[in-house]
Design a protein around this ligand. Structure first.
Ligand SMILES: Nc1ncnc2c1ncn2[C@@H]1O[C@H](COP(=O)(O)OP(=O)(O)OP(=O)(O)O)[C@@H](O)[C@H]1O
Ligand SMILES: O=P(O)(O)OC[C@H]1O[C@H](OP(=O)(O)OP(=O)(O)O)[C@H](O)[C@@H]1O
Ligand SMILES: [Mg+2]
Length: 281
């Protein structure tokens, strides 16, 4: 039985449950449930705080978990990245009262409030800046106004929270984060871990691609196939009408409309786009 940790609430919870569901695993239907069994897949899911997930997985109590890259680093545990999951993107940034701090180096001898003290300590050490890290639980933006810190380092997504607090972002992002499937190096070879990772990868591919079908005349078939090379090669079938072919190929969803425009200009017609629910490539 594989034991997997899923965020119980917060920014990552819904997307994490969705990706497991799309990969064919059972997920809780009641947000008050703390654990559920998926006997068909031989998995037990535990719903935990994402900050704690890195600790459970790092200690080997649970086999796998979903948490943020920033939280994994902050935990300092032995858990490792198995697969980036493509959601929960955020940046970790420094901010201060406008005009007071220009760079990380300006913080030498000063105090930085953050809910990610492990991440911040590592950054200061690597930069050779000797500053004091003030570890808080959240709402760190207020720490400067209350005189607890000279700067803050926090997760920024839209920047609204910092702006509302009257703070200014300082320098480039200190860290880029996203949700990860994390595991323990010892368990990486376990067949069930390999299978689950492959199923999640399949969902990620299915989300990144769409299926494109179109009809095209023989004289531009090669040019059309060059626009839609697919993963191996496009499927080309003759139409009943002479000189025409039907082409089927997977294309990156982000490029769908640009490719459709080019196909249309080439003379392709009946261009259809279909979502891919799941795939194994
Ligand atoms: N807008 C955001 N605010 C906070 N965390 C975010 C945001 N976007 C992505 N994340 C990521 O989500 C993880 C934090 O998860 P967490 O459950 O603590 O979220 P949260 O929204 O802060 O929840 P809560 O405030 O209920 O504790 C981190 O990996 C962080 O990088
Ligand atoms: O750049 P934004 O889009 O404004 O998002 C970032 C803010 O969201 C999070 O706070 P949250 O609401 O989770 O509160 P917390 O600090 O108590 O965790 C995070 O800690 C930032 O404060
Ligand atoms: Mg939060």
């Amino acid at each position: 039985m594989l034991r997997i940790a899923v965020p119980n609430k917060g920014s990552l919870a819904e997307a994490a449950a969705t990706i497991f569901r799309e990969a064919g695993y059972r997920q809780r239907t009641d947000s008050k449930e703390l654990a559920i069994l998926d006997p068909e897949n031989g998995v037990e899911f535990f719903y935990l705080r994402p900050r704690d997930i890195a600790i459970y997985v790092g200690e080997g109590t649970l086999d796998l978990g979903v948490t943020g890259k920033d939280l994994l680093i902050d935990s300092g545990t032995a858990a490792t990245e198995v697969l980036p999951l493509g959601f929960g993107a955020s940046t970790f940034r420094l901010a201060a009262m406008p005009g007071t701090v220009q760079s990380l180096e300006d913080l030498a001898g000063k105090r930085i409030a953050t809910a990610y003290p492990g991440v911040m300590a590592g950054i200061l050490e690597r930069s050779g800046v000797d500053a004091t890290v003030v570890g808080l639980d959240g709402a760190v933006e207020t720490a400067i106004r209350l005189g607890v810190a000279d700067a803050v380092a926090d997760v920024v997504q839209t920047g609204t929270t910092l702006r509302t607090a009257g703070l200014e972002i300082v320098g480039e992002p200190l860290l880029e984060s996203e949700a990860l499937l994390i595991g323990h190096a010892d368990r990486a070879e376990k067949p069930q871990v390999v299978q689950l990772t492959r199923r999640l990868q399949n969902v990620l591919v299915a989300r990144r691609y769409v299926m494109l079908d179109y009809d095209v005349k023989a004289d531009v078939l090669e040019a059309a196939c060059a626009l839609t090379p697919g993963l191996q090669s496009p499927t080309v079938s003759p139409l009943h009408r002479d000189e025409w072919y039907a082409v089927r190929s997977m294309v990156p969803s982000a490029e769908t409309n640009a490719i459709m425009d080019k196909l249309w200009d080439l003379g392709a017609r009946a261009i259809l786009v279909t979502d891919i629910v799941a795939c194994r490539i």
